[in-house]
Design a binder for this molecule. Structure first.
Ligand SMILES: Cc1ncc(COP(=O)(O)O)c(C=O)c1O
Length: 435
């Protein structure tokens, strides 16, 4: 099919609710390394990795081979029958959890939404309570529970909510919900959780679910003391801390395997998905044996931990370890950050902030009235986004107003490819009239 035929069939046979990027969506046909090709043969440099799922590179040979071998041997059987792929990944992941967390047991599912659902089930079972604290500007997925946990109006499809979930203020220093400035704010956003619990719950909470860096929210990095204070309050009221590592996991934020490790706290439950299997559908919820055994009944996810995605996950994780992606992402991330800061210096009226951790960086586009005006500028965002696509660069969008560019390329990107993408971004900003 040509790209036009694909787009036409997508319009006809996929529901209009299926979100697609760009005025004329890119009809992707194939991809290899950092390059994506559309059905008309146009090539793009991929700075978004299928929304942080293609964690290493497109078609990474170790993962492709592992999938081919596994699909010939056993493609599916369900978790009713333990098999080597699933236990091998569970063992690898247990080894990636810092010992002091005590986290060693896995429940595999197929999506981040399901992983977060499992985490909530565990927290409720362990505590015998139902109320939860989540964050404004957080994203948790698309089930009824995940939508209720989410503090992101763009993604709320229906008004119906699951009761008992309260949303604490977003820990966003660029747009402080209290109009304060860090560090003079004395972590008001974190401390406010105590008031939220006291005023809006029974005081007996099951847990607190948060992303160490708010992904869909626009790569918002909470201040470094945030989680120590927030989790301290949550524990005081008997709640568990669920770290949603769906975007931040697997070394993405540099230096550590997990995002929470940047903050000196330890979670009780961890969820992961996206990059776990270099693009194959797999996800996982991990916790301690003590919390795991609190679930009163046995349960099943039909495709959870299926052998082919698990073989991909094993090869992905082993490649991540072999490439030392934690160090690599820290170093490449520093290089990318420098490049984005140089763009901010060149376009100070429109690039309001450069932020993120490791190889998970964002720029927020704001109004051009005067430097320091933080009004979201969606018009210029749209122009730069389309220009970058025309010039052959795929990037992500995010943030409450969709005025944030999210850059999280596959981790095996080279410095030369990062520089190439930065040049395209520069030219796209100039074309869109940024200054
Ligand atoms: C932090 C976070 N949690 C959960 C999810 C839901 O994952 P999925 O779309 O795989 O259900 C996402 C998806 O973007 C996410 O970013």
């Amino acid at each position: 099919m040509t790209a036009d035929e694909i787009r036409e069939k997508a319009r006809r046979y996929l529901m209009p609710s299926v979100i697609q990027y760009y005025q004329e969506p890119v009809a992707v046909e194939s991809a290899s390394g950092l390059r994506v090709r559309d059905a008309d043969g146009k090539e793009y440099l991929d700075f978004f990795g299928g929304i942080l799922t293609v964690s290493l590179a497109h078609g990474e040979p170790n993962v492709v081979n592992a999938v081919k071998v596994q699909i010939d041997r056993l493609s599916h059987i369900s978790t009713l029958y333990p098999n080597e792929p699933i236990v091998a990944v569970a063992e690898l992941l247990a080894g990636m959890m810092p010992a002091e967390t005590g986290i060693s047991q896995s429940f595999f599912v197929s999506s981040g939404t399901e992983a977060d659902e499992m985490a909530v089930m565990l927290a409720m079972s362990k505590t015998g309570r139902n109320e939860l604290i989540a964050l404004r500007n957080g994203y948790s997925g698309r089930s009824a529970l995940a939508q209720s946990l989410m503090g992101h109006s763009n993604w709320r499809v229906l008004p119906q909510q699951i009761a008992g979930i309260k949303h604490a203020a977003q820990p966003d220093c660029y747009r402080c919900p209290f109009g304060l400035t860090y560090p003079n704010c004395e972590l008001r956003c974190a401390k406010d959780i105590e008031s939220l619990i006291q005023y809006t719950t029974t005081g007996e909470i099951a847990g607190f679910l948060a992303e160490p860096v708010q992904g869909v929210g626009g790569f918002v990095v909470p201040p470094k003391e945030y989680f120590e204070v927030a989790v301290g309050i949550v524990r005081k009221y008997g709640g568990l801390f669920i770290a949603d590592e769906v975007q931040t996991g697997f070394g993405r934020t540099g230096e550590h395997w997990w995002g929470w490790q940047h903050y000196g706290v330890k979670p009780d439950i961890v969820t992961m998905a996206k990059g776990i299997a270099n693009g194959l559908p797999a996800a996982n919820c991990m916790t301690t044996p003590e919390i795991a055994k609190a679930l009163p009944r046995q349960t099943l996810s039909t495709f959870g931990g299926s052998p082919v995605p698990m073989a991909a996950a094993r090869a992905t994780i082993e490649s991540m370890q072999a490439h030392d992606v934690r160090t690599r992402n820290k170093e490449l991330g520093a290089h990318l950050r420098d490049g984005l800061l140089a763009l901010q210096a060149k376009y100070p009226h429109h690039i309001g902030q450069v932020r993120g951790l490791g190889l998970m960086l964002a720029i927020e586009l704001v109004d051009d009235e005067l430097v320091g005006n933080r009004t979201p500028n969606t018009a210029i965002t749209a122009k730069v986004f389309e220009a970058a696509k025309r010039r052959g660069l795929l990037i992500g969008k995010g943030g409450r107003w969709g005025n944030v560019f999210r850059i999280a390329p596959p981790m095996l990107i080279s410095q030369a490819e990062l520089d190439e993408g930065l040049r395209i971004l520069d030219a796209s900003l100039a074309e869109a009239g940024a200054h």
